[in-house]
Design a protein around this ligand. Sequence first.
Ligand code: N01
Length: 541
Amino acid sequence: MSDAPASDPPLDLLIVGAGFGGLYMLHKARAMGLSALILEAAPSVGGTWYANRYPGARVDIQSLEYSFSFCEALQQEWQWTERYAGQPELLRYANHVADRFDLRREIHLNTRMTSARFDDLAQGWRVGSIRADGASQAWQARFVVLASGPLSTPFTPDFPGVQTFAGPVLHTAAWPHVPVDFSGRHVGVVGTGSSAVQVIPRVAQQAASVTVFQRTAAYVVPAHNGPLDPAHEARVKADYPGFRARNRQMRTGFGCELPPDPASALAASPEARAAAFEARWRVGGFGLLGAYGDLMTDLQANALAAEFVRGKIRETVHDPATAALLCPHQPIGCKRLCVADGYYETFNRSNVQLVDLSDRPIEAITSGGLRAGGREHAFDTLVLATGFDAVTGPLMRLDLRGRSGLRIQDKWRDGPLNYLGLTVAGFPNLFNIAGAGSTSAFTSVIVSIEHHVDWIAECIAWMDAQGHATIEATDEAERAWVAHVNAIAARTVFLSCNSWYLGANIPGKARMFMPLAGGFPAYAERCAAVADQGYAGFALG
Ligand code: N01
């Protein structure tokens, strides 16, 4: 890095990403009087809600719970229009936050971080970035905070022949910024995860035909989205801090209005079980998985909830053969549960057909469609809803080097080792927001973001007060933390299917269960205890 650093003297904090994590980290740093800025590759703030703009894109947690709590005035003044906010509204919210807290002057848009190297002598980071216009820049900072998002690196399978396809190829996570007109189009959609189940019903309303290519059937529960009930909003806002506090006591950081029932599904009578599942299905969203305390820990109990959803699929989908193909067989919730309205109903439309890939994988994309199991399928527009290289994807694409030049690709060859989900041994003064080893994937991610940012801010304030220049997880603490994450996962149903939680959706990726399944309150308590013990498990320099 020969250029003179753009930040001289070094910044306190260099933040990567202007999604919700980066925005709050910048606000917090500024409030503490730290010098900080954000590098953001996109031309806008908003992170995931800037990139994922396919028709139907919408959050799967209720708006009143998927929003910042750190500022009472903000949470009072912002009015969500729907129970589950759509992508345009979420992007407006991110922009509002950037403006309201005057964050833009320290956000460098169109600027992609390309490298970050820990300088052992300077005890800080040297960071390289490249702007969209090709100009490279250099930065130095005491701390680097990675807020690059766990689901920000789209995954496109390496299908032979994809470059020969004559029509447009659209990935849900890199959707064009101009409206796509599907009228008269024959569309092939690959994938049936959360993105697919939102985009398929919308495309089917417009296109001449839609062919859905399904490798693994997904469990889709209704959102029952609609306009936000003003009376409900008023009730929540009358004591928003109390509502947030109650949510932080939930394992998921949300859902305090429909708390999980700790009872065993196996102990309930079939009638009581059916009624409990039905009541939660009517409410919609993730609450179904909280109908009983053992659904996510006992495969037998889990199978009862799974069968309930399969019953709903058979009731909804008119063609029995299509219904049978749509019925999933893996444990429910093992892959992230999908929340969407109208997905199964879409298969009753005459212009929609389902192709099962489970034992007939895609062999090639052709100029006019694709070939799977020896059969040709024709379409003129290809939608890839094939997900993300989750959690580790953005970091593993960086030239990120810790102490003594340790490369993150070497450190994480067998999976993302970490301590508390926030730090990595060998990478001092580097913090990760919503990363592997934290509960973020199982929570309303904004609850996790606020927790992580507050913890990082407190840590830096404490270090400054104590006169410490560096903090670094010890190998021993890291090993114990990863063992803890694995031990908790082993007591759940999460290891019994292939999911992005395990890295199993990416060919060749190290298989390691990445999120912590122990619940947000226990995790937050543990992080607080570490801080209270003078940052136990960390070496301080
Ligand atoms: O990605 P996914 P996603 N041949 O990985 C299939 C969040 N999110 O973008 O299951 C054929 O879930 C793959 O098949 P299989 C949310 O956390 C939230 O949908 O691996 N098919 C699967 O069906 C979510 O969990 C929201 O067998 C192939 C699909 O592509 C996460 O993002 C909305 C294939 C990928 O599904 C990821 O969701 C959207 C191949 N070679 C996303 N490769 C909401 O808030 C992959 N597939 C509502």
